[in-house]
Design a protein around this ligand. Sequence first.
Ligand SMILES: CC(C)(COP(=O)(O)OP(=O)(O)OC[C@H]1O[C@@H](n2cnc3c(N)ncnc32)[C@H](O)[C@@H]1OP(=O)(O)O)[C@@H](O)C(=O)NCCC(=O)NCCS
Length: 187
Amino acid sequence: MINDSVFDKFPNLETERLIFRQLVMEDASEIQFIRSNEEVMRFLDNDNHLTLEVSQKFISTNLESYLAHNGLHWVIIEKSSNHLIGDFAFWKLDKKNHRAEIGYTLKPQFWGQGFMFESMSALINFGFKEFNLHSIEANINPANENSRKLLVKMGFKKEAYFRENYFYNGTYLDSEIYSLLESDFNK
Ligand SMILES: CC(C)(COP(=O)(O)OP(=O)(O)OC[C@H]1O[C@@H](n2cnc3c(N)ncnc32)[C@H](O)[C@@H]1OP(=O)(O)O)[C@@H](O)C(=O)NCCC(=O)NCCS
């Protein structure tokens, strides 16, 4: 069973270099900064946050999702600089099958330093051990090499390749699905 008590008090967590805390409305300008960056958005296949209002709406949707016990959305803070460097979410929660999808971004200046690997290691551990997920899914644009590399390093296995199943901006895009079982993670 999914551990619903994580929705009573938001699970703020930390690792050696990072703090993970709940995404809140005050983060809107940082979220807009990330989600209007071309490098970040290149393979996200979601609309750019052209205005602050778009980010505010994004945050309120995610806060509502938490209140409805449907998802968890953290921002990632680098401890040494107290800088918001990215975000990580469990969403599309499939309670019956104890499964969730993950989404994540880092500001490009923080790529290549293992920050998302460190984040995923902690948050996926939380997902299996505390949240009681059985499996975790990631859906990537097949051209998103950085994301694929990270998922494979985390132990995710390729599960499916959907051809032209995602209609975005007038184009049908392919999707690659990766998944991690709790038993893969513990190996
Ligand atoms: C996906 C994304 C988060 C990956 O970021 P990343 O910096 O490549 O991933 P990590 O933070 O785990 O860093 C890994 C890199 O740091 C290096 N590294 C340096 N120090 C490290 C450490 N202490 N631990 C682990 N890796 C370390 C690794 O060797 C690796 O570099 P390489 O790719 O040259 O081999 C980033 O590309 C991104 O934000 N993309 C845009 C948004 C996006 O596409 N999200 C995914 C949607 S599905």
